[in-house]
Design a protein around this ligand. Structure first.
Ligand code: HEC
Length: 114
């Protein structure tokens, strides 16, 4: 028992021995890390359709994510837009949906984002 207590004391002492140890030592403590994300440069076209979709969809998605969806029919886009509104609370009213769906279909013919 005495040996165990001594060993524990030695471990505790080791833990607090070097409070300013360099971060490269594997101390077991979590270290803050900072990362720099690349700026998003892709944008939807500066047309009424592009601006409407940017306004209604890019709070949660990148422009790239919207633009790179496979070509969808108006019915499929309608289902997606309704799902965004109902399931994910996108800031869209049912009355907005026809214009947004039309804009999404229009954008499919546009060149990929810059
Ligand atoms: C309030 C946030 C929010 C807004 C605004 C939003 N979405 Fe989403 N969207 C989500 C979430 C959350 C998912 C699910 C992501 C996952 O499952 O990984 C998603 C998924 C998707 C998907 C993937 C397929 C699917 O059905 O899950 C598509 C396509 C999509 N959104 C398109 C749109 C379009 C187009 C708009 C604009 C009309 C839009 N979203 C607006 C939150 C949002």
């Amino acid at each position: 028992m005495r040996a165990l207590i001594l060993a524990s004391a030695a471990l505790l002492a080791a833990c607090s021995a070097e409070p300013d140890a360099p971060a490269t030592k594997p101390s077991g403590a979590l270290q803050p890390v900072s990362i720099t994300l690349p700026a998003e440069t892709a944008a939807l076209p500066a047309t009424p359709a592009g601006e409407l979709v940017t306004q209604r969809c890019t709070a949660c998605h990148s422009a790239d994510m919207i633009a790179r969806q496979p070509p969808l029919t108006a019915e499929k886009w309608q289902a997606t837009v309704t799902k965004m509104r109902e399931a994910y609370h996108a800031p869209i009213t049912p009355a907005d949906e026809p214009a947004i769906v039309a804009a999404l279909v229009t954008l499919q013919g546009a060149p990929p984002p810059r």
